[in-house]
Design a protein around this ligand. Structure first.
Ligand code: SF4
Ligand code: SF3
Length: 552
């Protein structure tokens, strides 16, 4: 075994990747990531100790921890050099905080091994990295809970980082991330303590998603119903993927007179729903489908591609687009061109290199024509509340299905397309995240003008779906969110979906079905707790599941 990773739904054999990631992560990068997580935990512990000693821990530390966690999300970053630099910085910050804690009176006792580890050179990183991965925790239930918390924190960190880029921060989130990371080093915590911390992670996940929702909507307006073109124009274009709306906004601004068009891919589709973004006439449309279709779709796009976050499918030598593949922020791939980070929080990034390249490229090859409709985030849906409530009262809408989450490349994900097709005509799908690509181009029709697929936006906009559910609970004067005619059939892939799941559990949502497979990182006992306490279940056959949901 040259690595071990089981953080995503595509973990090899449903157990874990041990030689090379199914995602394309090498054993070297896997170990780099293990070491970075270890160093971040040590940093978090040191920050806690410093704070307990009365030291003011700067926001810089919280920002760095969130950035570091974000880089280790599945498919975000494949660049060893980035991880090595981040480990060095984490250790420097750790040691600075420990010094401050000592000066403030800490006696230096009680530090776990991660906090006392001092490599003489970066060459020692690889030796250490081999011994600090997830399997270093021997008890499988403790390991399972520690990883569940860590993966939830990765998702939380990603959302908080996007909000930070838009100038919205919450010190309580930084403090929580550090408390929870440090807790994963604490051998004195019981399984019950860790279960409680898991739920608290869900609570803070709601806070992070709300923070990001506020950041996005205050910067770009409330998403509104929008028809998005899925065809192409005749001008060259830049294709933007990932979740970072500020990157897109700055690129739109800098390219508006360049004679090129900007297209979105995968999780960037919901950018079209924001008034301030769709106001740019050269935001031309959405090209292609979800993240895992990248190789074919990027090849056909003909122009430069910008990955602002996960999910990256590693380009191969034979792929013709490596020389027009750009990353920025937490995303990275060795050999890709990099758009440098902001020199100050206010200064825009400089997109001139990618814009210049686009000008000399051919226009995108047409993949399809037509349009899709989205923009059903909370403000828009609540604006339609009367119509929706009437449709429920009259029986025109019998049930809503929350089908948020991720897409992935496994064949059994056809389940979600078949499920959407098999749902009765008097049901409506509420979606967010790239899971939508399994059914957002199907002719599913509408119910009295309400489309049968309501897309709220990116995976973090699952928050919108929770706000909508809470609003309906209020309108129908119900005691419990679970009394609503809403079923949850969620698809997951990476760790942002983990925080979405934990957030829904914190909000009291029961009987969530999670697929296409349950996480490999859930030990049988931890899975049992989730099943018995929250009614979490996997998926079965489309026919059985539709029947069971409709009779719930
Ligand atoms: Fe395997 Fe997923 Fe880890 Fe990649 S992120 S190495 S596919 S478990
Ligand atoms: Fe998709 Fe990666 Fe998760 Fe953001 S882009 S939902 S998989």
């Amino acid at each position: 075994m040259s690595m071990f990773c089981f953080q995503c739904q595509e973990a090899a054999g449903g157990k874990g990747c041990t030689v090379k990631g199914v995602c394309g992560k090498t054993d070297v990068v896997a170990r780099d990531q293990d070491l970075l997580i270890y160093a971040l935990k040590a940093l978090a512990w040191a920050a806690g100790k410093a704070a307990d000693s009365g030291v003011q821990v700067s926001r810089e530390v919280g920002r760095f921890v969130h950035y570091g966690l974000f880089t280790t999300i599945t498919n975000a970053n494949f660049d060893s050099a980035i991880f090595e630099n981040a480990v060095t910085k984490a250790l420097e910050l750790r040691d600075g905080l420990l010094d401050e804690a000592r000066s403030a009176g800490w006696d230096g006792n009680g530090a776990p091994v991660a906090v006392t580890w001092k490599p003489a050179s970066t060459a020692e990183y690889s030796v250490k990295a081999a011994s600090v991965g997830v399997l270093a925790t021997e008890n499988e239930d403790v390991r399972s809970l520690r990883e569940l918390i860590t993966y939830g924190l990765k998702g939380l960190a990603a959302y908080a980082e996007h909000a930070e880029k838009l100038g919205q921060e919450d010190d309580a989130l930084y403090a929580f991330t550090m408390k929870a990371l440090a807790a994963t080093l604490d051998d004195s915590l019981s399984a019950d303590d860790l279960v409680a911390l898991t739920l608290e992670t869900g609570e803070k996940g709601v806070t992070a998603m709300a923070l990001l929702d506020g950041a996005n909507t205050s910067a770009y307006g409330n998403p509104e119903i929008t028809e998005v073109n899925i065809g192409v124009g005749t001008r060259p274009g830049i294709l933007v993927s990932g979740h970072d709306l500020r990157d897109l906004k700055e690129l739109l601004e800098q390219s508006k007179d360049a004679g090129i068009d900007i297209y979105t891919h995968s999780e960037m589709l919901p950018a079209h729903y924001y008034p301030e973004l769709k106001a740019y006439p050269h935001l031309k449309g959405n090209y292609g489908s979800s993240w895992w279709h990248q190789r074919e779709e990027f090849a056909a796009f003909n122009g430069p591609i910008l990955l602002t976050t996960n999910c990256i499918v590693p380009p191969r030598e034979k792929d013709n687009y490596l020389d027009r593949f750009f990353t920025t922020g937490a995303a990275g791939f060795p050999g890709a061109k990099v758009i440098a980070n902001r020199s100050t929080p206010e200064a825009p990034k400089d997109f001139s290199a990618i814009i210049e390249m686009a000008k000399s490229c051919p226009a995108p090859t047409e993949l399809e024509t037509g349009s899709i409709v989205g923009g059903f985030a909370h403000a828009q849906v609540i604006g339609l509340a009367d119509k929706v409530v009437d449709a429920v009262k009259s029986g025109a809408i019998k049930r809503f299905f929350v089908m948020a989450g991720c897409d992935g490349r496994q064949k059994d994900r056809n389940y979600y397309t078949d499920f959407a097709k098999a749902l009765p005509q008097d049901t409506v799908i509420l979606t967010a995240g790239c899971a939508k690509y399994r059914y957002n181009k199907l002719p599913l029709g509408d119910i009295g003008g309400i489309p049968r697929v309501l897309d709220a936006g990116q995976c973090n906009d699952s928050y919108s779906l929770a706000v909508i559910a809470l609003k309906l609970k209020e309108v129908f004067a119900l005691e419990d969110i679970n009394e609503l005619p809403i079923s949850y059939n969620i698809a997951w892939y990476e760790q942002k979906a983990v925080i979405v799941l934990l957030a829904l559990l914190f909000l009291g949502v029961k009987d969530i079905h999670l697929g296409p497979t349950l996480p490999a990182f859930l030990s049988p006992n931890v899975a049992k707790v989730l099943v018995e306490t929250f009614g979490i279940a996997g998926i079965g056959s489309v026919e059985d599941d539709v029947k069971a949901f409709m009779s719930a």
